[in-house]
Design a protein around this ligand. Structure first.
Ligand code: B1M
Length: 234
């Protein structure tokens, strides 16, 4: 496999072979190859969004499944995640380059105790691409850091991400704190992450659960439009 791969010239592969090859390269944590694949697909006229979803996110799904099944372990997944981030780094400015008018502002962070950031970064990129201003608080975000950012940035939306069943309850801690301080209704609270679902979103008092980055963008647009309409009517 490795010997065969050594002889591969990515730019000579047609799309239908290049994309599965990129999934393999992502799986193997081959950062340079993933970056090269992204550049080739862009040169061939693929939209940044298509490269993101079909070449990177689809590849990461395979990694996730094998991590779940005990076939891959943390060091390998970290390498894959780094390769994915490198590919996303090329796409980020392109996705943001839509020239769309500012739709609103979002503060987002992965909750306390949780260091998964690929999904959050994707959401941030897609939101920026859709014309939102995004303030990314990073990982392991505690309630004080969320509150300070809300105060300083005055966003329309608070976004929270959690990938662990042990960290997702922290979202409720943040929402309850907003309610205690009487500022819950000042923000649209959107939550996401693989272990969440709609029922959980409702139970913790979020405005919406977002299954993926595209849903996050659509949900954010709909809620911001509703908020602006209410402000005009009121
Ligand atoms: Co972790 N990990 N991990 N991991 N990891 C999962 C989540 C896990 C499901 C793997 C498994 O067992 N199958 C499992 C959780 C099990 C559970 O809680 N029930 C798990 C575990 C157990 C762990 C550790 C505890 C492992 C260990 O140390 N023993 C540890 C935890 C560390 C910690 O956080 N304290 C750990 C560590 C790691 C790595 C560091 C190795 C690495 C993270 C690297 C990084 O993020 N920089 C890692 C990875 C990569 C994964 C998997 C394989 C992939 C996650 C990912 O990036 N998915 C993951 C398995 C899986 O999810 N299948 C797993 C791709 C990403 C695009 O999807 O994040 O779901 P996702 O984001 C989506 C949507 O969910 C949504 O939109 C995104 C884009 O479409 N979304 C939002 C997400 N956030 C949103 C916020 C929003 C809106 C939408 O706000 C508005």
């Amino acid at each position: 496999m490795a010997d065969e791969d050594d002889d591969l010239i990515l730019s000579e592969l047609p799309d239908e072979e290049l994309v599965p090859q990129m999934h393999d390269d992502l799986y193997d944590g081959l950062r340079d190859e993933v970056v090269e694949g992204v550049e080739i697909l862009l040169e061939r006229g693929w939209t940044p969004y298509r490269v993101l979803t079909e070449a990177l996110v689809a590849g990461m799904t395979v990694v996730g499944n094998d991590f779940r099944d005990g076939i891959l372990f943390v060091p390998e997944v970290l390498l894959a995640a780094n390769a994915m981030k490198a590919g996303m780094g090329i796409l980020k400015p392109l996705l943001a380059e839509t020239g769309a008018p500012r739709m609103g502002k979002m503060v987002i962070g992965t909750v306390k105790g949780d260091i998964h950031d690929i999904g959050k970064n994707l959401v941030s990129m897609m939101m920026e691409g859709a014309g939102f201003e995004v303030v990314d608080l990073g990982i392991n975000t505690d309630v004080d850091r969320y509150l300070a950012a809300l105060d300083a940035e005055q966003p329309d939306i608070l976004g929270m991400s959690a990938l662990l069943t042990t960290t997702m309850p922290y979202m409720k801690v943040v929402i309850d704190t907003l309610a205690e301080k009487g500022i819950r209704e000042d923000y649209i609270v959107l939550v996401g992450g693989a272990p969440l679902n709609e029922e959980f979103g409702r139970a913790i008092g979020a405005d919406a659960y977002c299954r993926d980055a595209a849903v996050a963008v659509e949900t954010a647009k709909a809620h911001v439009a509703r908020k602006h309409n209410q402000a005009v009517a009121g």
